[in-house]
Design a protein around this ligand. Structure first.
Ligand code: HEM
Length: 521
């Protein structure tokens, strides 16, 4: 009897699932859009791709096969055109809001960061509070904090010199990640993690990696609300997933940094001092001009977690990709070396405003941002009542849309020979350059674009230019590691393409490199 009840319940579930599949393939509002069969009928392939880190590869593959608009999940479309980028992301009045996936990112803290807040009015408020910390005048002061960390980085890179004058091999991606964490903690909180100098906090990059990985796929799970309900509770310490436990630890770390910084600011405030002009200095003191309200402790906490994540890995991805491609392309390396070494008389001179006037350096950074965007796949935007017109198509309310960086950056209309590293495509002011510029989405676009873009570019340029000024660099054992290969998996066959794992932020390893103090002539 019990068995027959169970089997009829099973049959009922199966029947409703079959009906759902039929609906998704026939009467569903996105039924007519092309895409892989499995993606049309279920969200699980997308979740699995987020888990495996190959979502960007599968999306590019589908665009190459089906065209500029593809269905990547039953309710989700991905586009790879500049017109879609304008309609969905760049247009500040686009009829969309951030998708429900964002709710999982900060579920640990119980409140949203500026990036994950969904309500538009609330986002405008959070953004207004952040703006003074990212103004040009703030950046001029902050460059000094970045430079201090570049100095430490260079010192570490020059260590362990062998008899032939070259250092022992170093995993550049690992060291530049340490730099990323150090400069952003210094810049945000005024207390550097000191990963470059000491092993004590070197568990942090892995912590962040597994946190990103976890929230990335967990946010798309059909039972994500349940996951969110337990995040931030002590249950997380007992769940069998290491990644889930790490997420909890990561936020505790960010909270402790915030606590230290807040105490220092209060001390400065009570003794009438100006205080250190780092990012949190502005965040503690800024009030919304419209309401005179500042950020609550919880909001500051969520933003501290975001700043460490956004600042550290983005810069690290860009600079390691730049070095990977420069080592693969000796003529580009030679041009960059010449530009940097002939523009400055000493290492200390390598700074702004002169550094910003070097066209080839800027082009190398742009090309690295294109080939290795640290956000590889689209952040979801949910269409609101009334629908959204994209590329002549009407997308109805409730559907999710986006433009994925890795896909549009390999659209041959905007980037011919798109897998080739060619900084020259960014030089001059021709039509092809403005077309390329209009298709670069590494920092997002529109209302929710990256507020830290100028900081990121300044840090990436400074650390790359100073490294190239101070050292000759070569691939360890004559082989540039970090690329693909025949056994690396589908979409990862190219040896001269820097390989990235799409775990919300892009993860990477290599190139292994050696440094030699250069002979100054
Ligand atoms: C190469 C480095 C970086 C890249 C590629 C990058 C990329 C992005 C992208 C794509 C977004 C939009 C996210 C979305 O649509 O949900 C974003 C937002 C954001 N980024 Fe960055 N970022 C970088 C560095 C930084 C740095 C250095 C900081 C801070 C110092 C920063 C702070 C932020 C903040 C606060 C937001 C949220 C803005 C908002 O929602 O209004 N980022 N970033």
């Amino acid at each position: 009897m019990a068995l027959s009840t169970l089997s009829s319940a099973g049959l009922a579930v199966l029947r409703s699932y079959v009906l759902l599949v039929i609906y998704r393939l026939t009467f569903h509002p996105l039924a007519r859009y092309p895409g892989n069969f499995t993606d049309k009928i279920s969200s699980w392939p997308l979740i699995y791709q987020c888990y495996r880190g190959n979502r960007h590869l599968r999306i590019l593959e589908a665009h190459k096969k089906y065209g500029s608009v593809i269905r990547i999940a039953p309710d989700t479309l991905d586009f790879d055109t500049t017109t879609a980028m304008a309609a969905i992301h760049r247009d500040r009045n686009a009829n969309v809001r951030k998708g429900a996936w964002y709710k999982t990112v900060d579920a640990e803290t119980g409140t949203f960061s500026v990036q994950t807040v969904i309500d538009r009015k609330e986002h405008n408020f959070r953004r207004r509070i952040l703006e003074p910390a990212f103004s040009h005048s703030a950046l001029r002061i902050q460059e000094h904090f970045i430079d201090n960390n570049v100095r430490v980085f260079l010192h570490e890179m020059g260590k362990d010199v062998q008899e032939d004058g070259w250092t022992t091999p170093k995993d550049f991606s690992q060291w530049i990640t340490y730099f990323g964490f150090d400069f952003i903690s210094d810049l945000a909180f005024g207390s550097c993690f000191r990963l470059l100098q000491s092993p004590e906090h070197r568990y942090l990059p892995d912590l962040l990696k597994w946190t990103s990985h976890f929230v990335y796929y967990a946010g798309y799970l059909p039972f994500a609300p349940l996951v969110r309900a337990v995040m931030g509770t002590s249950i997380m310490n007992h769940v069998p997933s290491q990644a889930a436990r790490d997420t909890h630890k990561y936020y505790l770390e960010a909270e402790s940094k915030l606590g230290e910084r807040s105490a220092a600011e209060e001390e400065a405030w009570s003794s009438g001092k100006e205080g250190r002009r780092d990012i949190f200095h502005y965040l503690f003191r800024t009030r919304d001009p419209e309401t005179n309200i500042g950020l609550s402790h919880e909001q500051l906490q969520a933003d501290s977690g975001l700043l460490i994540a956004a600042g550290s890995d983005g810069v690290a991805v860009t600079v390691s990709a730049a070095l990977f491609y420069l080592l693969h392309n000796s003529s580009s390396m030679a041009k960059l070396v010449h530009e940097i070494r002939s523009s400055f008389a000493t290492l200390d001179d390598v700074r702004n405003p002169q550094m910003n006037r070097l066209p080839y350096l800027q082009a190398v950074i742009d090309e690295s941002l294109r080939l290795a965007p640290s956000v590889l796949s689209a952040f979801p935007r949910e269409v609101l009542r009334g629908g959204l017109n994209v590329d002549g198509l009407h997308v109805p309310v409730g559907m999710t849309v986006g433009v994925s960086g890795y896909a549009i950056h390999h659209n041959e209309t905007y980037f011919p020979d798109s897998f080739a590293f060619r900084p020259e495509r960014w030089l001059g002011d021709g039509e092809s350059v403005s077309l390329a510029r209009s298709a670069l989405i590494t920092f997002g676009a529109g209302t929710y674009n990256c507020i830290g873009k100028n900081v990121a570019i300044a840090a990436a340029k400074l650390v790359l230019a100073k490294t190239i000024y101070a050292y000759d660099v070569k691939a360890a054992r004559g082989k540039v590691t970090g690329g693909g290969g025949p056994a690396a998996g589908r979409g990862r066959e190219r040896e001269d393409e820097y390989q990235l794992l799409d775990y919300l932020v892009a993860y990477r390893s290599g190139p292994m490199v050696q440094f030699r103090t250069r002979n100054e002539k």
